[in-house]
Every structure is written in C-alpha cells, then in structure tokens.
Design a protein. Structure first.
Length: 228
C-alpha cells in the first residue's frame, strides 16, 4: 500500500509533471514472473524514474547508507527509499556480497522484478563501464531472463554531487530480454559468469550508444577523489 501511495499519489504524479519522462520498450518487461532489469547507472535519479515508468512494482538493491542517515534529511531519504521499493544491502564485499546475492534471489523467488546496476556504482563521466559478475550469477541461479535498460539524461537532471535537480526530460530505453538458459548449472564457472556479464554490457552499449570503457567505474572514481 505504501509503495502504491508513493508511486501513484504522492511522488509519481509530481515527478511526471515536472520532468515529463518518456519510455520506449515497456512491452519488453513481462506482465508476470521474475526478471532482472540490468541498467546503466548515471544518477541517483535512475532509481526514481525506472520504477515510476513501469506497470509492475520492482525493487532495487540500494546501498545501506541511504537508510541510516540522521535527522530530518535522513528520515526523508529512508522513507523515500522504502516507498520506492529499495532494499538496503551492504556493499563492503565478502560475506556482505553473499548476503546481497541471497536477498536478490529471495526477491526473484517471489516472482518479482529486481533492478541491478551491473557497473556497481554510478558512472563518473557518462561512459559505460565494465560489469560486475554478481548479476550473472544471480540470473543463472534464479533461472530468470535479464532485461537491458538504458537511462537517458538522468545525469543531466541530477548530476553527481548536486542536491537539487535541474528541470529537464529524462528517458528510459528497454531492450528485449536476454535468455541465458544455455548456461544452466554453470553459475560457479567464473569464465561463464564473465561471458554472460560482458554480453549484458554489450547489449546496454548497443541499446544506448554510450561510449564503453572496459575498466570498473570504481577504479575511475578512485582517480577522481573530488567526484561524488
């Protein structure tokens, strides 16, 4: 009920009126059944616009920092994240990564939609970067299709480090589902996981025509300490 109120009564109508978002390929999202939506990641706003423009509810695995802030701002952020279907996860690696995988599998096991950013973090410069293989492992273990999604101009509306958004139009491109059933039972093969991940990233690049750089976005961010 809370998700429904936030999407259709509180946040959704206001966001749509201000930013007039457009979407192409909505029919590529199945009307029922589990699937992973693998999206490029340009801005914090990606997690707002994609769920808003889909007919079905969906969940994103979001960093736990968004749920632990203090004061009025922390409370507002926490309420917003929960209201838009975000699930807190620890991104510190190791056992935390395993817990994140299990959380995603639980969501998919319910037959729901799960949103993942395969780059692992926001692009610092608008390029598309190398994908992390956790997405591939989750898709193979859950035996679900992966749907490529490209967010357009969300970084223009909400640049990294900016507190208030610019007014402008954003878009969502949704590609045809990718079927990886041919790799059934190979979710522990790191070469297969890399091949599946690379295929997903190629699909994203072709769908959105972003410039691709075969390094991790986090590595690029480490070279730019002044960027958020």
């Amino acid at each position: 009920m809370f998700y429904w109120l936030m999407k259709y009564v509180v946040i959704g109508p206001l966001v749509k009126a201000i930013f007039r978002p457009w979407i192409v390929g909505r029919d590529n999202v199945p009307a029922s059944g589990a699937a992973i939506l693998a999206s490029n990641h340009l801005s914090f706003a990606d997690s707002i616009f994609l769920p808003l423009l889909l007919d079905r509810p969906m969940s994103f695995l979001a960093k736990s920092d968004y749920f632990t802030g203090r004061g009025l701002k922390g409370w507002a952020t926490r309420v917003f994240m929960k209201g838009t279907g975000q699930i807190p996860i620890d991104r510190s690696g190791g056992r935390a990564s395993e817990a994140s995988l299990n959380t995603g599998l639980q969501i998919l096991g319910r037959g729901d939609l799960l949103g993942i950013y395969p780059e692992g973090t926001r692009s610092p410069d608008g390029k598309l970067y190398r994908g992390r293989t956790g997405l591939a492992r989750m898709a193979l273990e859950a035996k679900v299709p992966v749907i490529p999604v490209v967010m357009v101009d969300t970084d223009v509306v909400m640049p990294i480090g900016k507190r208030l958004p610019n007014v402008g139009r954003v878009g969502v491109l949704i590609g045809e589902p990718l079927d990886f059933s041919r790799y059934a039972g190979m979710e522990n093969d790191r070469y297969i996981l890399r091949a599946v991940t690379d295929e997903i990233m190629i699909s994203l690049q072709r769908l959105g025509s972003q410039e691709y750089d075969d390094v991790y976005a986090s590595t690029v961010k480490d070279r730019l300490p002044h960027r958020g």
